[in-house]
Ligand binder design. Structure first.
Ligand SMILES: [Zn+2]
Length: 236
């Protein structure tokens, strides 16, 4: 959809209205941070049950049962589709509903970018989703990191896999890192780095990431990670 169209949301009218409101709020946030997104096209679908949600993602129901939402890219110029899990949706808080949809709208706007490290994409989506979050909410998200004094930064793709059981921690770490990167630069600059990484060969990607972080933060990649680790340790 464009930012002015209502999403196509079949099924439960209450869920449909909530998803529509969340999509409108998410679009407003995204466009504020990223004016070009005003021209984005996407659709939002709320299937009738878990089976239909899984079918829409082309994945087994067991793998996606706890996923609140996910985005697919039909290709051939067709708009990205944000799929909302109708089973998980009612259990989310009002803030959670908005954050989930905003997160997916970032993915829909950026496109699939298969060559980019997951922590950068997921962290950027959560940074936009949490941009208006209160300090209490941000602290609560970091609180989900538990007592692990030396988490692996950046989190690996496995740590961000919804089937791993550790995904909540991985996502919180990705958000923590990218939020710091955005604070030192901007959402659009971090997104531009992601787009550049997607065009790189695997062999050149590491050097591009290091150079990109250095340019955005004014410090080396290693020093930036080290500072993030110290900031994580200091809040405990
Ligand atoms: Zn995501």
């Amino acid at each position: 959809m464009s930012s002015t169209d209502a999403p196509h949301v079949p099924g439960d009218p209450t869920v449909r209205d909530e998803v529509r409101d969340a999509a409108a709020a998410g679009t407003t946030t995204l466009v504020r941070l990223w004016p070009d997104a005003a021209g984005a096209h996407w659709s939002v679908e709320v299937p009738s049950d878990l089976g239909a949600f899984a079918a829409g993602l082309g994945r087994p129901a067991a793998d996606v049962a706890s996923l609140a939402a996910a985005t697919t890219y039909p290709g051939n110029g067709a708009a990205a589709v944000v799929h909302v899990n109708p089973v998980v949706w009612p259990s989310l808080t009002a803030f959670g509903k908005r954050a989930v949809v905003t997160h997916e709208l970032v993915h829909a706007w950026m496109g699939p970018l298969p060559g980019v490290p997951h922590w950068l994409l997921e962290g950027l989506a959560d940074t936009v989703a949490f941009t208006d979050a209160s300090q209490a909410r941000r602290s609560a998200l970091l609180g989900s990191l538990g007592a692990d004094a030396r988490p692996v930064l950046p989190p690996s793709d496995v740590a961000l896999d919804s089937a791993s059981g550790e995904a909540a921690q991985g996502y919180a770490l990705a958000w923590f890192l990218v939020d710091r990167l955005v604070a030192a630069s901007s959402v659009q600059q971090v997104a531009a780095l992601a787009a550049r990484l997607d065009r790189e060969s695997a062999a050149d990607q590491d050097a591009t990431l290091r150079e990109g972080v250095r340019r955005l933060t004014g410090t080396t990649y290693a020093a930036w990670l080290s500072q993030a680790r110290q900031a994580l340790a200091a809040r405990r």
